[in-house]
Design a protein around this ligand. Structure first.
Ligand code: ATP
Ligand code: MG
Length: 244
């Protein structure tokens, strides 16, 4: 079985120096990978490389066993970017319409919502407990609620891989927990997940692998191995677990 995501010796620079240095990394079907690292370590950049938004200076990226250049099945990948909720104040769309954009963006013409799509939209909204907000304007929601809607937009296409960049920023503790629970359930049903998070203590229940980067891959393995290897994070984990 090939990896769903595979990076081989990838380097990338925005300007003159590399912010991603020779990274090799792969995600297998059914993995739930927690990607961690300090601010500016290249996490969002790495995701944008995987999604083909940025082109590496060196190295090869493959999705579903196909080199990125030849890959076209983007409906298999759901993405929630970092700070996705910086929505323009006057953006007129309703919650329902925002989620429907997830479907319409992968449709060929004619772009219409059929009954089947309508039920997919409702299902996605229900999965993030936002079904009662479907006719509200997205701009009239709190940022945590907006974030949940954007997650529904990523889920509505039933992607095989879900890629999330710090999706719980601005989401309260209770909803964070239920959100991670939702990711855990999706992963149990077979969805492959790559999640950037600073919430290492909270996601350990759900992830099967941890990748720690700081321009290079510093560690990639199981969470247990990660704790053994990195005393600093071990301490941090203890801090979290002491808090319950
Ligand atoms: N559009 C850009 N142009 C130039 N440099 C950039 C750009 N975006 C990011 N960088 C730089 O690339 C490096 C990696 O940034 P990136 O956003 O990938 O970090 P990150 O790990 O996601 O950080 P955070 O935890 O704060 O989200 C940083 O040094 C950043 O300043
Ligand atoms: Mg980032």
């Amino acid at each position: 079985m090939h990896s769903l995501i595979n990076l081989s010796s990838v380097s990338f620079s925005y300007t003159d120096s590399d912010v991603i240095k020779n990274i090799s990394f792969s995600v297998k079907k059914g993995d739930f990978v927690g990607l961690i690292g300090p601010n500016g370590s290249g996490k969002s950049t790495l995701l944008r490389i995987i999604l083909g938004i940025l082109t590496p200076r060196k190295g090869v990226v493959s999705l579903f066993g196909k080199e990125l250049k030849k890959f076209g099945e983007w409906e298999k990948i759901g993405y929630v970017p970092q700070k996705a909720t910086n929505i323009e104040k006057n953006f007129p769309a309703t919650v329902y319409e925002v989620v429907s954009m997830g479907l319409l963006s992968i449709q060929k013409f004619p772009k219409i919502i059929t009954k089947r799509e309508d039920s997919k939209i409702k299902e996605a909204l229900t999965s993030v407990s936002m079904e009662n907000f479907s006719q509200r304007r997205i701009t009239e929601l709190s940022s945590g609620q907006q974030q949940r809607v954007l997650i529904a937009k990523a889920l509505v296409v039933s992607p095989e891989i879900l890629i999330l960049d710090e999706p719980t920023t601005g989401v309260d503790q209770e909803n964070k927990e239920s959100f991670y629970n939702l990711l855990g359930k999706l992963n149990n049903k077979g969805m492959t997940i790559l999640l950037v998070s600073h919430d290492i203590g909270r996601i350990t229940k759900y992830v099967n692998k941890v990748a720690s980067i700081n321009q290079k891959i510093e560690f990639y393995g199981t969470y247990k191995e990660f704790c053994l290897k990195d005393a600093a994070y071990k301490k941090e984990y203890k801090l979290y677990s002491d808090k319950g």
